[in-house]
Ligand binder design. Sequence first.
Ligand SMILES: C[S@@+](CC[C@H](N)C(=O)[O-])C[C@H]1O[C@@H](n2cnc3c(N)ncnc32)[C@H](O)[C@@H]1O
Ligand code: SF4
Length: 460
Amino acid sequence: MSVTENIKLLKKYHQNLVFDYTEYPTKAIWSEKFSSEDYKKAISEWFPKNKASPVLFYLHTPFCEQLCYFCLCSKEITKDYDKVKDYLYNYLFKEIDMLEEVLVKNKIELNFKEIYFGGGSPTYYKDEEFVALIDRLKKFINFKNIDDFTVEIDPRRVDPSKLIFYKQNSVNRLSFGIQDFDHKVQEEINRVQTPELVDKLLTPEIRKLFPTINFDLLIGLPSQNVKSIDKTIDEVIKLKPSQIQTMYMHYKPQTRKYMVRMLRNNPLPDFFDRKAIFDKASKKLLSAGYNRAGFESYALPNDPLDKSMKEKKAVYNSLGTQKGEAINFLAVGSSAHGCFGDDYYVQNYYEQNLYREAISKGNLPIYRGMKLGDDDKIRRNIVRDIRTYFNLNFKELNEKHKINFKEYFKKELSFLKEFEDDGLVNLKDDYLQLTELGEHFSPQIACVFDAYNKIELNKI
Ligand SMILES: C[S@@+](CC[C@H](N)C(=O)[O-])C[C@H]1O[C@@H](n2cnc3c(N)ncnc32)[C@H](O)[C@@H]1O
Ligand code: SF4
């Protein structure tokens, strides 16, 4: 029986709390007392002990030319390019200088393996600023060791020559913000971009230069329905990206008031519709030859992500399911968050004024952070396995964390009995496997292991 035929289960397990568990513990748990000094101390203590551990360098650009009504990312909408330059030259570069100083002072050479430019819109930079940025990074990152360098692409703001320019500047992976190809949906979200526009960008030359191309799609947009996603996925399949994310759209009008504008003509799909749309997209992608790579990701066979899923190296995180080589993030730019192994999380200020003020005072612009305890690390591992692989191997977890899983998680396992009775999980002696139906409820199943946010099932 498909997920949408299980109305009772959907009602019972539907939670208004939507944690996607890209991080565990979730960001709301991180402490605002974690300071710039704590961050420096964490760097100076952690990296010398983990020299070989690969690092991803994340850089956030918080500017866009036009507002998409669904967008939750940290950005300012502006047509004033001087603002972008001011951010880059007077703040971002200074933040990088400060980080470099901490590294040099502690004689730390990081094993950078990946670079990721996210946003907002990194495509906003004109060539001169992009080159200046790469030149600055080359002073402390050895580009010869970089396996993946991704730029998030707003297809409306680039042409093939810009993409070739990126390649000339060492970028080798593109992540396109697609969201949906249906014109009506695009009008509702204030982001009109046709499949033809994307097709024109993906010339044979561009495909050769960038063997890994990702498309971001969103599930739960206004006016989206099973019929419209069916057509969108047809267009996506024709364009043949090597990776696809089908993320549920998070709706948070409390923090982004403009999001209510999406409802001006029609309500958003409810949680039944969202599941049906997701299910349609997922089944179509699988039958078109894509393999699932975690909860919301798909990859073509032989794509590096598919390979890393098979080798059980992939990890689900805020950038989607990643190959998993670089699990440490060193992050710069407003709102950017970093992570050192299983030990630390840290995040910069979202607000431009606070971000700028901290840097002007000579501080790293830290908003919050967390040092994970042993219990956090075990649960993080579990939440990640559920979200990426839909299973838990108790023996592996026992060996890795020196625990007796069944004793340690006695309460959680007894709570999961109800999930088992509802056909969402199979509990074996040393194994937990989510069923096909249970995969749809993997956030709720992960939540059972969340020590800070306890799930309560709806009574129906
Ligand atoms: C912030 S954008 C950056 C890339 C570029 N600015 C663009 O739009 O093409 C990165 C991705 O975040 C995702 N995103 C934005 N708002 C979201 C939301 N409310 N819920 C889930 N994902 C969201 C979108 O799928 C988007 O492609
Ligand atoms: S989706 Fe991308 S282009 Fe649209 S507002 Fe968000 S960051 Fe900017």
